[in-house]
Design a binder for this molecule. Structure first.
Ligand SMILES: [Zn+2]
Length: 443
């Protein structure tokens, strides 16, 4: 690939303010130089608006996109939502999953997401029979991300039980590999690619028996390891009753916490759990739009950060795909819970949506606009009705607190344009593709 030059009218380079007139030179997929206050060369690709590092979506279940807006009838609870979700899980095939995930990842690209962590547990055919290629579903997700032009970390998820002490049943049979050794054997066949990396996940302490946790933790020693943690109080109660320990302590005792580990949600923690996560430098991925949709509660994000935990952000159930909404959601939820404003400087909210999320997905070289970094960039236009009147000195705050996915104008992944002026360059008509892929899996 030739050297490409991008010229950003303004860009966030990590500080508390955006910087004007930034020339970003790219060789292949890497940034080579970053020059603020530059003149705009005639041949440079002009990025009009505020340019950020590509956004990292730390936690996604692509197929939940088909449930958007359909789970509120009669109010709905977490458990009726889960039943609706199983309805979709029951009918997906490698082909229909590829189509749905490609459309969902294309929507993510339009929202400025350049890297997604896909928490993947829909492994096998109906009744749990493996496909001829036992990783056909995971490979379909990797292909979907490639077709949509974004990076993926496939977090291949171990899911063995229907609850503490319960067998898998019904649609859950598709999730199971028998035991953790069977899961590890299958997952070992997956390979990293140009835009894809492989990580591991423990669905939750509900879904992986205590005596199987260490096998997953050891398999993933040098890869990202993610797990849902204490999303619902019922999980804590069942875990305490069965093991005498909180989910966080059980995972710690199984070797699952640490710098490569990410706990998703971490909503209902004891103060001791919070200290444990912080001490071990386990990342916590907060998913505010899903947590509010499911009435999960508000987790102790600020206390976790104070204890030493890096924070990342995820769209999780994809009820909304908008990382700017997730970033302000973390701050605004904390305001509602504490009746105080100003818990994070805007630079830290942006870091959660970029570098911290990318690192938690095993892409430490992404998420910063600096020499040597991956050339993943997203430009937010500042001329919509939402952002018109933005001033340079508070542009970061304007974008984080009032910008939306609809303001994303240009997206570059590894030096290649994936979105130009709000249009996907690889996928012709993303709304039509979503609508067809969803119609194909609805009852
Ligand atoms: Zn999740």
């Amino acid at each position: 690939m030739p050297v490409t030059r991008f010229f950003a009218d303004s860009a966030w380079l990590g500080g508390e303010r955006a910087v004007d007139d930034v020339l970003i030179e790219v060789d292949g997929e890497r940034i080579t130089t970053v020059t603020p206050g530059a003149d705009r060369p005639a041949d440079a690709d002009h990025l009009r608006g505020l340019t950020l590092p590509g956004l990292a979506n730390g936690h996604s279940h692509a197929f939940h996109r088909a449930l958007r807006g359909r789970t509120h009838r009669g109010g709905g609870t977490f458990w009726t939502w889960r039943e609706d979700m199983y309805g979709i899980a029951a009918v997906l095939t490698p082909d229909s999953y590829h189509a749905l995930a490609r459309a969902t990842y294309a929507e993510m690209a339009l929202a400025g997401v350049t890297c997604v962590g896909e928490f993947h547990y829909l492994h096998h055919g109906p009744d749990g029979r493996p496909y001829d290629d036992p990783n056909a579903m995971g490979e379909a997700l990797i292909a979907a991300a490639r077709d949509a032009g974004i990076r993926i970390t496939l977090l291949d998820t171990c899911y063995l039980a229907g609850g503490v002490g319960q067998e898998l049943q019904g649609p859950q049979l598709r999730f199971g590999d028998g035991d953790a050794a069977g899961w590890a054997q299958r997952a070992a066949e997956l390979r990293d690619g140009e835009l894809a990396r492989i990580g591991a996940a423990i669905h939750s302490v509900r879904a992986v028996p205590a005596d199987q946790l260490r096998t997953v933790a050891e398999w993933s020693s040098w890869r990202p390891l993610h797990f849902h943690l204490s999303e619902q109080r019922a999980e804590n109660e069942a875990c305490l009753a069965a093991t005498g320990r909180t989910p966080a302590h059980l995972l710690a005792d199984s070797g699952a916490l640490g710098e490569k580990a990410t706990a998703v949600h971490a909503t209902h923690l004891t103060t001791d759990d919070t200290a444990l996560l912080g001490r071990s430098r386990t990342t916590v991925c907060i998913c505010p739009t899903t947590e509010r949709d499911l009435a999960d509660g508000i987790g102790p994000a600020r206390a976790l950060a104070d204890a030493g935990t890096p924070l990342s952000l995820g769209s999780d159930s994809n009820a909304v795909i908008d990382l700017l909404e997730e970033a302000r959601g973390m701050e605004l939820d904390e305001r509602l819970a504490s009746e105080l404003r100003g818990h994070w400087p805007v630079s830290q909210l942006l870091a959660a949506a970029t570098a911290a999320g990318a690192a938690s997905l095993g892409w430490p070289e992404a998420g910063r606009i600096e020499p040597g970094g991956l050339a993943d960039l997203v430009t937010v236009g500042l001329d919509s009705v939402r952002l018109a009147g933005t001033r340079p000195e508070t542009a970061l705050e304007s974008v984080v607190f009032a910008g939306t996915a609809a303001d994303v104008r240009d997206v570059i992944v590894g030096g290649r344009r994936v979105v130009t002026d709000g249009r996907h360059t690889l996928v012709d008509d993303v709304p039509r593709m979503l609508s067809e892929a969803i119609a194909a899996v609805l009852p």
